[in-house]
Design a binder for this molecule. Structure first.
Ligand SMILES: Nc1ncnc2c1ncn2[C@@H]1O[C@H](COP(=O)(O)OP(=O)(O)OP(=O)(O)O)[C@@H](O)[C@H]1O
Length: 341
Protein backbone atom coordinates (compact mmCIF):
# COMPACT_ATOMS: atom_id res chain seq x y z
CA UNK A 1 0.00 0.00 0.00
CA UNK A 2 2.78 2.44 0.99
CA UNK A 3 6.25 1.47 -0.14
CA UNK A 4 9.43 3.33 0.70
CA UNK A 5 12.29 2.13 -1.46
CA UNK A 6 15.81 3.25 -0.49
CA UNK A 7 14.40 6.63 0.45
CA UNK A 8 16.76 9.41 1.54
CA UNK A 9 16.04 13.05 2.32
CA UNK A 10 18.82 15.60 2.75
CA UNK A 11 18.14 19.19 3.75
CA UNK A 12 20.71 21.69 2.54
CA UNK A 13 21.07 25.16 3.91
CA UNK A 14 24.17 27.19 3.04
CA UNK A 15 27.10 24.82 3.22
CA UNK A 16 25.39 22.63 5.83
CA UNK A 17 23.59 19.37 5.13
CA UNK A 18 21.26 17.33 7.33
CA UNK A 19 20.61 13.73 6.33
CA UNK A 20 17.14 13.55 7.91
CA UNK A 21 16.22 10.20 6.29
CA UNK A 22 18.84 7.68 5.18
CA UNK A 23 18.17 4.77 2.84
CA UNK A 24 14.82 3.73 4.31
CA UNK A 25 12.98 0.78 2.77
CA UNK A 26 9.63 -0.12 4.34
CA UNK A 27 6.45 -1.71 3.12
CA UNK A 28 3.15 -0.85 4.81
CA UNK A 29 0.34 -3.28 4.03
CA UNK A 30 -3.26 -2.38 3.34
CA UNK A 31 -5.42 -2.51 6.48
CA UNK A 32 -2.64 -2.50 9.05
CA UNK A 33 -1.68 -0.02 11.75
CA UNK A 34 2.00 0.68 11.26
CA UNK A 35 3.96 2.67 13.82
CA UNK A 36 7.27 4.46 13.46
CA UNK A 37 8.98 5.18 16.77
CA UNK A 38 12.13 7.13 17.49
CA UNK A 39 13.58 9.82 19.70
CA UNK A 40 13.38 13.49 18.74
CA UNK A 41 15.29 14.23 15.54
CA UNK A 42 15.26 10.58 14.35
CA UNK A 43 13.62 11.57 11.05
CA UNK A 44 10.03 10.38 11.69
CA UNK A 45 8.22 13.57 10.66
CA UNK A 46 10.31 13.91 7.52
CA UNK A 47 9.47 10.33 6.52
CA UNK A 48 5.77 10.99 7.11
CA UNK A 49 5.83 14.23 5.12
CA UNK A 50 7.20 12.29 2.13
CA UNK A 51 3.94 10.29 1.97
CA UNK A 52 1.66 13.25 1.33
CA UNK A 53 4.24 15.14 -0.71
CA UNK A 54 4.92 17.88 1.79
CA UNK A 55 8.53 16.85 1.06
CA UNK A 56 10.03 14.98 -1.88
CA UNK A 57 12.84 12.43 -1.54
CA UNK A 58 16.44 13.27 -2.45
CA UNK A 59 16.89 9.59 -3.43
CA UNK A 60 14.62 6.58 -3.79
CA UNK A 61 10.90 6.30 -4.37
CA UNK A 62 7.70 6.46 -2.33
CA UNK A 63 4.83 4.48 -3.83
CA UNK A 64 1.20 4.57 -2.77
CA UNK A 65 -0.82 1.68 -4.20
CA UNK A 66 1.89 0.96 -6.72
CA UNK A 67 2.21 4.55 -8.02
CA UNK A 68 5.39 6.57 -7.59
CA UNK A 69 3.86 9.67 -6.03
CA UNK A 70 6.66 11.93 -7.18
CA UNK A 71 5.68 11.32 -10.79
CA UNK A 72 2.14 12.70 -10.28
CA UNK A 73 0.78 15.86 -11.95
CA UNK A 74 -0.47 18.66 -9.64
CA UNK A 75 -4.06 17.53 -10.29
CA UNK A 76 -3.19 13.94 -9.36
CA UNK A 77 -1.42 15.21 -6.22
CA UNK A 78 -4.62 16.97 -5.11
CA UNK A 79 -6.53 13.73 -5.70
CA UNK A 80 -3.94 11.73 -3.74
CA UNK A 81 -4.16 14.12 -0.80
CA UNK A 82 -7.91 13.49 -0.57
CA UNK A 83 -7.12 9.78 -0.17
CA UNK A 84 -4.69 10.47 2.68
CA UNK A 85 -6.13 12.00 5.86
CA UNK A 86 -3.80 13.50 8.43
CA UNK A 87 -4.05 14.34 12.13
CA UNK A 88 -1.58 16.36 14.18
CA UNK A 89 -0.21 16.68 17.71
CA UNK A 90 -1.60 20.22 18.08
CA UNK A 91 -4.87 19.35 16.24
CA UNK A 92 -4.54 22.22 13.66
CA UNK A 93 -8.23 23.18 13.86
CA UNK A 94 -9.62 26.47 12.55
CA UNK A 95 -10.46 28.46 15.68
CA UNK A 96 -12.92 30.67 13.78
CA UNK A 97 -15.01 27.71 12.57
CA UNK A 98 -17.36 25.54 14.58
CA UNK A 99 -16.77 21.82 15.04
CA UNK A 100 -19.14 21.12 12.12
CA UNK A 101 -17.43 23.85 10.08
CA UNK A 102 -14.01 22.27 10.64
CA UNK A 103 -15.24 18.84 9.55
CA UNK A 104 -17.06 20.31 6.53
CA UNK A 105 -13.98 22.22 5.33
CA UNK A 106 -12.28 19.52 3.19
CA UNK A 107 -15.66 18.65 1.63
CA UNK A 108 -16.24 22.30 0.69
CA UNK A 109 -12.78 22.38 -0.89
CA UNK A 110 -13.67 19.26 -2.88
CA UNK A 111 -16.85 20.97 -4.17
CA UNK A 112 -19.31 18.58 -2.51
CA UNK A 113 -22.95 19.90 -2.57
CA UNK A 114 -24.15 21.50 0.71
CA UNK A 115 -26.84 18.89 1.48
CA UNK A 116 -24.33 16.06 1.09
CA UNK A 117 -21.83 17.94 3.27
CA UNK A 118 -24.38 18.28 6.08
CA UNK A 119 -25.24 14.58 5.96
CA UNK A 120 -21.59 13.54 5.91
CA UNK A 121 -20.65 15.90 8.77
CA UNK A 122 -23.50 14.51 10.93
CA UNK A 123 -22.36 10.96 10.16
CA UNK A 124 -18.72 11.75 11.02
CA UNK A 125 -19.57 13.58 14.25
CA UNK A 126 -21.66 10.61 15.34
CA UNK A 127 -18.77 8.26 14.50
CA UNK A 128 -16.36 10.20 16.74
CA UNK A 129 -19.00 10.78 19.47
CA UNK A 130 -19.29 14.57 19.11
CA UNK A 131 -22.82 15.08 17.76
CA UNK A 132 -23.70 17.38 20.69
CA UNK A 133 -20.69 19.60 20.03
CA UNK A 134 -21.44 20.39 16.36
CA UNK A 135 -21.98 24.11 16.98
CA UNK A 136 -19.20 24.62 19.57
CA UNK A 137 -15.90 26.30 18.73
CA UNK A 138 -12.55 24.53 19.26
CA UNK A 139 -11.68 26.69 22.30
CA UNK A 140 -14.73 25.23 24.08
CA UNK A 141 -13.39 21.68 23.72
CA UNK A 142 -10.96 19.52 25.70
CA UNK A 143 -7.79 18.22 24.03
CA UNK A 144 -9.35 14.81 23.44
CA UNK A 145 -12.46 16.36 21.88
CA UNK A 146 -10.27 18.53 19.63
CA UNK A 147 -8.45 15.44 18.42
CA UNK A 148 -11.82 13.77 17.73
CA UNK A 149 -12.69 16.75 15.52
CA UNK A 150 -9.28 16.35 13.84
CA UNK A 151 -10.06 12.69 13.16
CA UNK A 152 -13.57 13.45 11.83
CA UNK A 153 -12.10 16.12 9.52
CA UNK A 154 -9.35 13.75 8.32
CA UNK A 155 -12.00 11.13 7.49
CA UNK A 156 -14.30 13.57 5.65
CA UNK A 157 -13.10 12.74 2.14
CA UNK A 158 -13.23 8.96 2.87
CA UNK A 159 -9.46 8.39 2.70
CA UNK A 160 -7.79 4.96 2.37
CA UNK A 161 -4.89 6.03 4.58
CA UNK A 162 -4.76 8.00 7.83
CA UNK A 163 -1.44 9.54 8.83
CA UNK A 164 -1.03 10.43 12.50
CA UNK A 165 1.76 12.80 13.52
CA UNK A 166 2.24 12.36 17.31
CA UNK A 167 -1.58 12.43 17.59
CA UNK A 168 -1.70 11.68 21.31
CA UNK A 169 1.50 13.36 22.53
CA UNK A 170 -0.37 16.41 23.89
CA UNK A 171 -2.95 14.31 25.75
CA UNK A 172 -3.10 12.81 29.25
CA UNK A 173 -2.93 8.99 29.57
CA UNK A 174 -6.72 8.44 29.85
CA UNK A 175 -7.48 10.66 26.87
CA UNK A 176 -4.64 9.00 24.95
CA UNK A 177 -6.37 5.65 25.56
CA UNK A 178 -9.69 7.01 24.25
CA UNK A 179 -8.12 8.41 21.09
CA UNK A 180 -6.17 5.20 20.47
CA UNK A 181 -9.41 3.18 20.79
CA UNK A 182 -11.03 5.53 18.29
CA UNK A 183 -8.11 5.06 15.88
CA UNK A 184 -8.48 1.29 16.25
CA UNK A 185 -12.19 1.68 15.36
CA UNK A 186 -11.24 3.76 12.30
CA UNK A 187 -8.93 0.94 11.23
CA UNK A 188 -11.30 -1.98 11.97
CA UNK A 189 -14.71 -0.52 11.02
CA UNK A 190 -13.66 1.59 8.04
CA UNK A 191 -10.71 -0.55 6.87
CA UNK A 192 -8.41 2.47 6.81
CA UNK A 193 -4.65 1.84 6.84
CA UNK A 194 -2.97 3.87 9.57
CA UNK A 195 0.61 5.09 9.54
CA UNK A 196 1.58 6.81 12.77
CA UNK A 197 4.70 8.30 14.28
CA UNK A 198 5.30 8.56 17.99
CA UNK A 199 8.02 8.65 20.61
CA UNK A 200 5.80 6.71 23.05
CA UNK A 201 6.13 2.93 23.19
CA UNK A 202 2.73 2.59 24.90
CA UNK A 203 1.09 3.91 21.70
CA UNK A 204 2.87 1.23 19.68
CA UNK A 205 1.94 -1.44 22.22
CA UNK A 206 -1.73 -0.46 22.36
CA UNK A 207 -2.69 -0.27 18.70
CA UNK A 208 0.05 -1.10 16.18
CA UNK A 209 0.38 -4.34 14.24
CA UNK A 210 3.95 -3.64 13.10
CA UNK A 211 6.59 -1.11 14.02
CA UNK A 212 9.79 0.38 12.67
CA UNK A 213 12.34 1.92 15.02
CA UNK A 214 14.21 4.94 13.63
CA UNK A 215 17.48 6.43 14.79
CA UNK A 216 19.61 9.10 13.08
CA UNK A 217 17.49 8.96 9.93
CA UNK A 218 17.70 5.18 9.50
CA UNK A 219 15.35 2.30 10.32
CA UNK A 220 17.35 0.21 12.78
CA UNK A 221 14.73 -2.48 13.38
CA UNK A 222 11.31 -3.37 12.01
CA UNK A 223 9.01 -6.23 12.99
CA UNK A 224 5.60 -7.21 14.36
CA UNK A 225 4.88 -5.48 17.67
CA UNK A 226 4.85 -8.83 19.50
CA UNK A 227 8.28 -9.82 18.14
CA UNK A 228 9.74 -6.38 18.85
CA UNK A 229 8.53 -6.55 22.45
CA UNK A 230 9.58 -10.11 23.08
CA UNK A 231 12.84 -10.15 21.14
CA UNK A 232 14.23 -6.63 20.62
CA UNK A 233 17.57 -6.65 18.81
CA UNK A 234 18.80 -3.11 19.06
CA UNK A 235 19.77 -1.25 22.24
CA UNK A 236 17.52 1.72 21.37
CA UNK A 237 14.57 -0.63 20.89
CA UNK A 238 15.32 -2.20 24.27
CA UNK A 239 15.30 1.26 25.86
CA UNK A 240 11.90 2.05 24.35
CA UNK A 241 10.52 -1.24 25.63
CA UNK A 242 11.89 -0.71 29.11
CA UNK A 243 10.09 2.64 29.20
CA UNK A 244 6.77 0.77 29.35
CA UNK A 245 7.82 -2.55 30.81
CA UNK A 246 9.01 -2.61 34.37
CA UNK A 247 10.14 -6.22 34.35
CA UNK A 248 13.70 -5.77 35.54
CA UNK A 249 14.49 -5.22 39.19
CA UNK A 250 16.91 -2.48 40.19
CA UNK A 251 20.55 -3.42 40.76
CA UNK A 252 20.18 -2.53 44.47
CA UNK A 253 17.22 -4.90 44.94
CA UNK A 254 19.19 -7.71 43.30
CA UNK A 255 22.20 -6.96 45.47
CA UNK A 256 19.97 -7.10 48.55
CA UNK A 257 18.66 -10.47 47.42
CA UNK A 258 22.20 -11.78 46.84
CA UNK A 259 23.34 -10.60 50.29
CA UNK A 260 20.52 -12.58 51.88
CA UNK A 261 22.05 -15.69 50.29
CA UNK A 262 19.92 -15.75 47.15
CA UNK A 263 21.36 -17.74 44.24
CA UNK A 264 20.33 -19.78 41.19
CA UNK A 265 18.50 -16.84 39.66
CA UNK A 266 16.99 -17.35 36.22
CA UNK A 267 14.89 -15.32 33.80
CA UNK A 268 12.02 -17.38 32.38
CA UNK A 269 10.31 -15.98 29.29
CA UNK A 270 6.91 -17.26 28.19
CA UNK A 271 5.37 -16.31 24.88
CA UNK A 272 1.94 -16.72 23.33
CA UNK A 273 -0.28 -19.62 24.43
CA UNK A 274 2.44 -21.08 26.67
CA UNK A 275 1.94 -18.23 29.15
CA UNK A 276 -1.38 -19.71 30.23
CA UNK A 277 0.07 -23.20 30.96
CA UNK A 278 1.24 -24.08 34.50
CA UNK A 279 4.64 -25.12 33.14
CA UNK A 280 6.75 -23.89 36.03
CA UNK A 281 4.76 -25.71 38.67
CA UNK A 282 4.46 -28.87 36.54
CA UNK A 283 8.21 -29.17 35.88
CA UNK A 284 9.37 -28.24 39.38
CA UNK A 285 6.86 -30.67 40.97
CA UNK A 286 8.18 -33.46 38.74
CA UNK A 287 11.72 -33.00 40.09
CA UNK A 288 10.66 -32.12 43.64
CA UNK A 289 12.19 -28.64 43.40
CA UNK A 290 10.59 -25.43 44.75
CA UNK A 291 10.26 -22.34 42.62
CA UNK A 292 10.45 -18.86 44.08
CA UNK A 293 9.22 -15.99 41.88
CA UNK A 294 11.46 -13.06 42.75
CA UNK A 295 10.25 -10.48 40.26
CA UNK A 296 8.40 -10.21 36.96
CA UNK A 297 5.35 -9.44 34.92
CA UNK A 298 2.88 -11.06 32.57
CA UNK A 299 1.39 -8.73 29.99
CA UNK A 300 -0.75 -8.80 26.89
CA UNK A 301 0.75 -7.66 23.60
CA UNK A 302 -1.31 -7.90 20.40
CA UNK A 303 -3.78 -10.17 22.20
CA UNK A 304 -1.02 -12.63 23.13
CA UNK A 305 0.54 -13.27 26.52
CA UNK A 306 4.14 -12.43 27.27
CA UNK A 307 5.60 -13.35 30.66
CA UNK A 308 9.00 -12.34 31.93
CA UNK A 309 9.77 -13.75 35.38
CA UNK A 310 12.87 -13.84 37.58
CA UNK A 311 12.82 -17.07 39.54
CA UNK A 312 15.09 -19.07 41.80
CA UNK A 313 14.97 -22.81 42.33
CA UNK A 314 15.42 -24.45 45.69
CA UNK A 315 15.96 -28.17 46.12
CA UNK A 316 18.54 -30.87 45.65
CA UNK A 317 21.39 -29.37 43.57
CA UNK A 318 21.44 -32.46 41.30
CA UNK A 319 17.82 -31.87 40.30
CA UNK A 320 18.08 -28.22 39.23
CA UNK A 321 19.90 -28.92 35.91
CA UNK A 322 17.10 -31.37 34.99
CA UNK A 323 14.49 -28.69 35.74
CA UNK A 324 16.38 -26.23 33.51
CA UNK A 325 16.75 -28.73 30.68
CA UNK A 326 13.06 -29.61 30.73
CA UNK A 327 11.99 -25.96 30.94
CA UNK A 328 14.30 -24.98 28.09
CA UNK A 329 12.40 -27.31 25.78
CA UNK A 330 9.26 -25.25 26.33
CA UNK A 331 10.21 -21.70 27.31
CA UNK A 332 13.29 -19.48 27.21
CA UNK A 333 15.44 -19.72 30.33
CA UNK A 334 18.50 -17.53 30.92
CA UNK A 335 20.77 -17.46 33.94
CA UNK A 336 20.84 -13.97 35.49
CA UNK A 337 24.20 -12.49 36.33
CA UNK A 338 23.96 -10.32 39.40
CA UNK A 339 25.23 -7.16 37.75
CA UNK A 340 22.64 -7.22 34.89
CA UNK A 341 19.24 -7.62 36.55
N1 LIG B 1 12.85 21.63 6.74
C1 LIG B 1 13.99 21.28 7.33
N2 LIG B 1 15.14 21.94 7.11
C2 LIG B 1 16.29 21.57 7.70
N3 LIG B 1 16.41 20.52 8.55
C3 LIG B 1 15.30 19.83 8.82
C4 LIG B 1 14.03 20.16 8.25
N4 LIG B 1 13.12 19.29 8.71
C5 LIG B 1 13.77 18.44 9.54
N5 LIG B 1 15.09 18.76 9.62
C6 LIG B 1 16.12 18.05 10.39
O1 LIG B 1 16.04 16.69 10.07
C7 LIG B 1 16.27 15.88 11.22
C8 LIG B 1 15.07 14.95 11.43
O2 LIG B 1 13.96 15.76 11.82
P1 LIG B 1 12.46 15.19 12.00
O3 LIG B 1 11.61 16.32 12.39
O4 LIG B 1 12.10 14.41 10.78
O5 LIG B 1 12.68 14.19 13.22
P2 LIG B 1 11.59 13.59 14.21
O6 LIG B 1 12.02 12.19 14.49
O7 LIG B 1 10.25 13.77 13.63
O8 LIG B 1 11.78 14.49 15.48
P3 LIG B 1 10.65 15.25 16.35
O9 LIG B 1 9.92 14.18 17.08
O10 LIG B 1 11.47 16.11 17.25
O11 LIG B 1 9.83 16.03 15.36
C9 LIG B 1 16.52 16.84 12.37
O12 LIG B 1 17.91 16.98 12.52
C10 LIG B 1 15.89 18.12 11.89
O13 LIG B 1 16.52 19.25 12.47
Amino acid sequence: MIEFQNVAKTFKFGDREVNAVKDVSLSIQQGEIFGIIGFSGAGKSTLLRLVNLLESPTHGTVQVQGVDINSLTPKEVRKLRRRIGMIFQNFNLFSSRTVAGNVAYPLKLAGVPKKEINERVAELLSFVGLTEKANDYPEQLSGGQKQRVGIARALATSPDILICDEATSALDPDTTGEILRLLKKVNKDLGITILLITHEMNVIQQICDRVAVMENGAVIESNSVFDIFTNPQHLTTQRFIQSVQQDRPSASLLEEWRKKGGKNLYRVIFKGDIASDPILSRVTRKFDVDVNIVYGSVREIQEKFYGNLLVSFEGHSDKIPSVLTELQDIVTVEEVKFNEG
